[in-house]
Design a protein around this ligand. Structure first.
Ligand code: ASP
Length: 361
């Protein structure tokens, strides 16, 4: 009798703890495990996965030659394969993210590193950030003019300093101390980007009377962006996100966008997902885009897709902004979500299946 009472009270304690719940439809003991977050109970779909973007915007088939399109796709593929190989070998998501972004930063095709856009003063000022989903550690740099690969600087800040963000000259001094590659500001000056700046300034002079919206309203909504980003899940279940950019053409006054703001253009958290954004940075900051997607999963139990839709298809456009995100969740679900005409993007799952796309459909 005493034994039965003990067993019964143990059973009741477990029910109260929410661990075991009677379920008449289930096993012979009428006992089943209770999921603490029933809406967020998806199974692992990939042991590892990687997604990249090369910017979102008004990217239309009619404006791109077949050769250019092939060039973009080839560079996206080259980049994602670097990260994929690292993950496949059991490497970390942080390494995969950093090395993949390096390939995109070293190409003039994208608005990051070599292909950074120009400020109004005809300089190139670069921003980047990286986040480790396991520790929630993060590093970010803003407004640098001589660091060849800003994503490497972001990682050095995260790993080798007590800080999260460094800007301008100070960030460059730290980069030198870390023996990162330093280049002359001339390295970032490309003909194409200079032409775009001239075009934007001309349009601005012709059209803009509203000084509060002076440097964006004319061309920004109408041009492609080109920031680069990468998110990855590694075999150890660790997520990482990285984003790197030259910002927006014609930016002034030391403007810094969403990219180095943790939770805006970049975020990773092993309990939910890793997100990297591209788009009109001011709106991504105001909508806390990357963290919001993670928070919707964590607190509301939304799936990655539902969370991304909520923020990218509803919240950002409602404020008047545009852009997109790439993301991967802890189960290896991948997402490429944008509200613009296109987004340069690619993904690879653990089976090595590659998707590369530019336009909406
Ligand atoms: N989000 C970037 C910024 O506002 C621009 C981009 O995505 O291309 O700086």
């Amino acid at each position: 009798m005493k034994k039965i009472t003990t067993l019964l009270s143990l059973f009741l304690v477990l029910i109260n703890c929410g661990e075991l719940v009677p379920n008449p439809d289930e096993n012979p003991n009428n006992i089943t495990r209770k999921n603490p977050n029933p809406k967020n109970n998806s199974k692992k779909v990939n042991d590892f996965a990687i997604v990249i973007h090369g910017g979102a915007g008004t990217i239309l088939k009619k404006n791109i030659t077949n050769e250019k399109e092939a060039e973009y796709k080839a560079k996206l593929e080259e980049a994602i394969r670097v990260g994929y190989a690292i993950l496949k070998e059991g490497g970390s998501s942080l390494d995969a993210v950093e090395k993949t972004i390096n390939v995109l930063e070293n190409s003039p095709l994208f608005n990051a590193g070599k292909g950074a856009v120009f400020t109004n003063a005809e300089t190139n000022e670069l921003d980047a950030s990286i986040m480790d989903g396991e520790t929630l550690n993060a590093g970010a740099s803003a407004g640098t003019k001589t660091v060849k690969n800003p994503i490497n600087l972001a990682r050095a800040i995260m790993e080798n300093s007590p800080h999260v963000m460094m800007v301008g000259n100070g960030a460059e001094t730290f980069a030198k101390e870390q023996n990162l590659e330093i280049v002359s500001p001339e390295y970032f000056k490309t003909e194409n980007r200079l032409k775009t700046l001239k075009r934007v300034i001309k349009r601005e002079q012709e059209n803009t009377t509203d000084k509060t919206s002076a440097f964006y309203n004319t061309d920004i909504k109408d041009s492609k962006f080109g920031t680069v980003g990468c998110v990855a899940l590694d075999k150890n279940g660790n997520l990482a996100a990285g984003t790197s950019t030259g910002g927006m053409t014609n930016k002034r006054y030391g403007r810094v966008g969403d990219v180095p703001i943790i939770g805006a253009g970049n975020y990773a958290n092993n309990t939910t997902c890793a997100v990297s954004g591209t788009g009109w940075g001011e709106f991504f900051i105001r909508a806390s885009v990357a963290h919001d997607i993670s928070a919707l999963m964590e607190y509301k139990g939304l799936t990655l897709k539902a969370a991304a839709d909520e923020v990218i298809q509803k919240k950002v456009p409602k404020l008047g902004g545009n852009g997109g995100i790439i993301a991967v969740d802890k189960n290896g679900n991948m997402e490429m979500n944008f509200n613009t005409a296109g987004m340069y993007r690619a993904s690879m799952n653990d089976k090595g299946e590659l998707i590369i796309a530019i336009y909406k459909d």
